[in-house]
Design a protein around this ligand. Structure first.
Ligand code: G1P
Length: 290
């Protein structure tokens, strides 16, 4: 029997320098795709997968993320006064239940591994999920829900992977895969941002993880890796010596909203997918591209 995954960590402390000046006063996770912030898509994916406790590792100037996942009393009161029932219902449908969110701060930008380590006291001694908010994963069944299915079969640690063009493997964590079991492959190697031409495969770590709590033993060493940062990948490499790691290919499309092209593409894809917008939006896009 595998232990149920109840908690998910969202590392949202990043500065978002690629989106300046938009991110001067607004966290990058709050930039909107169609009509909701990027982080909302990620939290919804976790909720769909059965996550009960949402843990945000934030930083300075990220307070609006906390506000976004809280009740907006004055706004709701005003909407009620104006009989805006549909808008009120919409807000309610996105509100996490009381007591199901936690916010902790990564005091200094020391890397993804350090950000996840900052959640250790809230996670405690149970397996958990990590969802990187830059990556919006679009699919019929959400990426984390797909991973949960695999996890129930394999247990251990699971990483969602995707195949990319070899020319960009140096920008990601890369896994080498071996034995197949159902929809999963045993991970044989892992490397964070390998120099060009040295990657063991084209499978990138795409930003969704299911991890066992022993990962914290390795993260607590605070060893610096690629880019001088405390890397989650390095702690996973150490844990690979003790536990199984499985890669599962995500069945869907990923938008890396941390890049301008990915962000724009996400807006187009999600805009076109909206029933009430698709027809008119399609005509507008056709007009623009000729
Ligand atoms: C992080 C991870 C990397 C992963 C990537 C996905 O890198 O360290 O393994 O492939 O996210 O976006 P970052 O984007 O923070 O440099």
């Amino acid at each position: 029997m595998t232990k149920t995954i109840r908690k998910a960590v969202f590392p949202v402390a990043g500065l978002g320098t690629r989106f300046l000046p938009a991110t001067k006063a607004i966290p990058k996770e709050m930039l909107t795709v169609v009509d909701r912030p990027v982080i909302q898509y990620i939290v919804d994916e976790a909720k769909e997968a059965g996550i009960e406790h949402f843990i945000f590792v934030t930083g300075r100037n990220k307070q609006v993320i906390e506000d976004h996942f809280d009740m907006a009393y004055e706004l709701e009161d005003t909407l009620r006064g104006r009989n805006k029932t549909a808008e009120l219902e919409l807000l309610k449908s996105f509100l996490p239940a009381a007591g199901t969110t936690s916010f902790t701060r990564q005091q200094a930008p020391l890397g993804l591994g350090h950000a996840v380590w900052c959640a250790r006291e809230i996670i405690g001694d149970e397996p958990f999920a990590v969802l990187l908010p830059d990556m919006i994963m679009k699919s019929e069944t959400g990426c984390l829900a797909q991973m949960m299915e695999v996890y129930r079969e394999t247990g251990g640690n699971i990483i969602a992977v995707e195949e990319v063009d070899p020319s960009v493997t140096h920008q990601y964590g890369i896994v080498g895969v071996g034995e197949r079991r159902g929809n999963a492959f045993g991970i044989t190697r892992m490397v964070e941002k390998p120099p060009q031409g040295t990657a063991p495969s084209n499978y990138i770590i795409s930003g969704r993880y299911i991890l066992q709590p022993e990962i914290f033993d390795h993260l607590s060493r605070h060893e610096k890796g690629a880019g001088g940062e405390i890397q989650l990948t390095d702690a996973m490499i150490r844990l690979m010596g003790e536990q199984s790691f499985w890669a599962t290919r995500f069945d869907g499309v990923t938008y890396d909203t941390g890049t301008k092209i990915g962000f724009l593409a996400a807006n187009v894809a999600y805009g076109l997918a909206r029933k009430e917008l698709s027809e008119e939006f399609r005509t507008v896009i056709k007009g623009l591209v000729g």
